[in-house]
Design a protein around this ligand. Structure first.
Ligand code: ZN
Length: 148
């Protein structure tokens, strides 16, 4: 075999893909050939670099996924916060407008006015209760983040 041919089998040699007979022939040639020895050194360091790169890659992917998750959670929380604030403001504003209009209307029965006020009060209590529950779970989420 010539040096050129040995060059072609160097990668296979480093990956442990050669047969025992080929390995012995190659190692015998290395003893007599400083050029191929140097070439093998270069291949060895190159292989080390590519191996370490392929080791780092999956970790990078996990890291990316982690940040995607953090971003998604933030996005969902922001969405919920905006939705709640707008919902509360609209509810209060609309509720007051309706109550004001109905109560100021002398043609509306007093019983109906009382029912309407109680209904809106009930809705407000329900909404506050759901909101408190949401805030409670958000705090527990945050606690989980810290522990992770
Ligand atoms: Zn050689």
């Amino acid at each position: 075999m010539t040096c050129r041919e040995y060059k072609d089998v160097m990668m296979a040699y480093l990956d442990g893909e050669l047969e025992e007979k080929q390995i012995k022939t190659f190692q015998a040639h290395l003893k007599d050939c400083p050029q191929c020895r140097q070439e093998l050194d270069e291949f060895t360091s190159l292989k080390k670099i590519t191996d370490s790169v392929s080791l780092v890659e999956p970790e990078d992917r996990v890291w990316d996924q982690y940040w995607d998750n953090v971003y998604n959670r933030l996005e969902r929380r922001m969405g919920w916060v905006f939705f709640s604030i707008a919902g509360i403001l609209l509810g209060l504003f609309g509720g007051f407008k309706v109550i004001e209009a109905v109560i100021l209307d002398p043609g509306v029965d007093l019983m109906f006015k009382v029912c309407l006020v109680v209904l809106i009060l009930g809705l407000a209590i329900l909404f506050a209760s759901v909101l408190r529950e949401r805030l409670y779970f958000r705090q527990r989420d945050r606690y989980k983040d810290v522990r992770r």
